[in-house]
Design a protein. Sequence first.
Length: 383
Amino acid sequence: MRCAEEIITDMLREGGVDFTATLPCDRIKGLLGLVSRGFFHVPLTREEEGVGICAGAALAGKRPAMFIQNSGVGNMINALLSLTGFYGLPLAVFVSHRGIYKEKIAAQAPMGLKLPGILKGAGIGFTSIDSASDLEQVPKTLEDVYMKNKIHAFLLSPALWEGMELKVERNEGPEQKRYGAEFDDLGGEKEKMGLARKLDRYEMLSSVWAALDGAAVVCNLGFPSRELYHIGHRPSHFYMLGSMGMATPIGLGIALSNTSKKVIVIDGDGSLLMNPGTLATAACLSGGNLTIFAVDNGAYGSTGNQPTLAAGCIDLGAVARGFGLETIKAAREKDLIDALEKKAKGPKFIHALALPGNRDVPVIPLGHMEIKHQVMEFLFLRG
Ligand SMILES: Cc1ncc(C[n+]2csc(CCOP(=O)(O)OP(=O)(O)O)c2C)c(N)n1
């Protein structure tokens, strides 16, 4: 029996799709692997960017399709309406519909449950795909998208994949391409300078955990927060449960509002690339109480280690320096701790070079309101 991922990719091929753009979700990593290997593929930094790229591709005569998580639809609405829809360009959007079926992450529910209403309100057509038999609707709808220049979203329920597991490695992400010369390609020098990647995120967070004491810590969503909680909870930790790209903005907001506390943001390369403009705001507005600890593992770790553009093409440290942030590159335990403890006049960006990989730790047992209240109590403490 062909699995759902293979059926979909066959339908794409038959429907003439020749341009794909993806931003990963854990629940469609099998599909993403097939798409990135089988079609012209653009790995995105932000879903909204994909709308623009696909609009350009459609102008150039392509049949574009996007593959994203439903949270990303929230990042796309304006561009979908004022660009794709307005100019009458075709776009098929395959959406991993989270928060509706056997969902472990509560923060997926708000967008997941409201998504059909949001699409309806925006006048965007959609088809809910809950089982293999629903896939029969895809070919005709795809034809409509490209022949009648429509936007259409296919909402892929996690129920679809049940019992139809991809037979090839299910966890296989998109092809591990190298996107250009590796920025830190210093040969043997890298080792001597202590910039060779030796620690994964869990090892890195364990190494610096003690140095986070006393600071308000905003931690990136997914495995970074789960791992930090597992290493050791403090009431000063704001664990993000959703809202990718918001770690540094949240930390910046705290740092601007409470200058008596040190604020440390544990961000990720994928999340920073989704919202790099926040580094400009941080560099220009914040003071020495803000530190951005950017765990650069070159991957969307939490969704299956699909490579980000930081895996060889983008030097995040150089980006941060370009915006005017004091930047320190580090990979070894001692250097990471020294970097955190180093006094700085302005905001500091620690480019923490890590290996990809997640530790299989459980989801955080605290409720979101409990997390909020603990952090607020910590922030209102004097001294
Ligand atoms: C808008 C949006 N798009 C996609 C996702 C799915 N998602 C959750 S975590 C994550 C990866 C984050 O990668 P990175 O910031 O590099 O951190 P890492 O997990 O590698 O430490 C993705 C793509 C999401 N939650 N929100």
